[in-house]
Write a protein that binds this ligand. Structure first.
Ligand code: ZN
Length: 233
């Protein structure tokens, strides 16, 4: 059975990616990061999702990106915005996907896996530069230069099955594949129970996605849910 490393954050997108990789016949090895993010609820969600979707193994690696900070997700001194922002928002985590993919690449080599799946999206997203197709293509080029596996003939591939899908299309795809979105946490400022704030970028994109998909939204909110209809800003 072909093996894949699947980056799993505990959010909606990466849960869908895990279901897609599974449906494509991969033996999935899920990888999460305790990177100094604001809350641990998403790591608990990742564990539940990995189990529910039948990942062969699930590993959580600690990397303290809070040591360098520079993001609302890793520096408690920078607030998570409660409305859309101009340009790249402060929830961008410096070099996060590069760090994540580098570790996924290392684990893939150890597992003898040639395939890495990541749930980046360039449609309903926050404008992060490390979610763009050209970034992923460049990383794949790096993977094919940087590793013993590649030199010995492995054709490493970075799969981004969601990159051109809208949030609604992602949700419909996952629902078809049996993803239980009640297990996932998207909010940048979720509470200890994994309940969303309803106003951050991630909450707004998620709520608008369920609305547009015409699928009941199982998201739990700490306060009242966001106003529907104007949620993408
Ligand atoms: Zn939120």
């Amino acid at each position: 059975m072909k093996k894949a490393v699947v980056l799993l954050s505990g959010g909606l997108d990466s849960a869908t990616v895990l279901a897609i990789a599974k449906a494509q016949g991969y033996e999935c090895h899920a990888l999460s990061f305790d990177y100094g993010q604001r809350h641990g609820a998403e790591l608990l969600a990742a564990r539940r999702v990995a189990e529910a979707l039948g990942a062969k193994t699930h590993k959580t690696i600690r990397i303290g990106l809070d040591a360098i900070g520079g993001s609302a997700l890793t520096d408690p001194g920078i607030a998570v915005p409660d409305r859309p922002q101009e340009g790249i928002p402060v929830t961008y985590v410096p070099a996060r996907n590069t760090v994540f993919l580098a570790l996924a690449l290392g684990w893939a080599e150890v597992l003898n896996a040639a395939d890495i799946f990541i749930g980046v999206n360039a449609v309903d997203y926050s404008g992060y530069p490390d979610c763009r197709p050209e970034y992923i293509a460049a990383f794949q080029t790096l993977a094919r230069l940087a590793t013993k596996a590649a030199v010995e003939g492995a054709e490493l591939r970075i799969h981004t099955p969601l990159i051109h899908l809208s949030k609604a299309e992602i949700i419909r795809k996952g629902a078809e594949l049996g993803v239980d979105y009640a297990l996932t946490v998207s909010c940048y400022a979720a509470d200890g129970e994994g309940r969303g704030c309803g106003v951050c970028d991630a909450c707004r994109l998620r709520a608008a996605g369920f609305e547009a998909a015409g699928i009941a939204d199982p998201t739990r909110y700490a306060a009242s849910p966001p106003v529907r209809g104007d949620s993408t800003g």
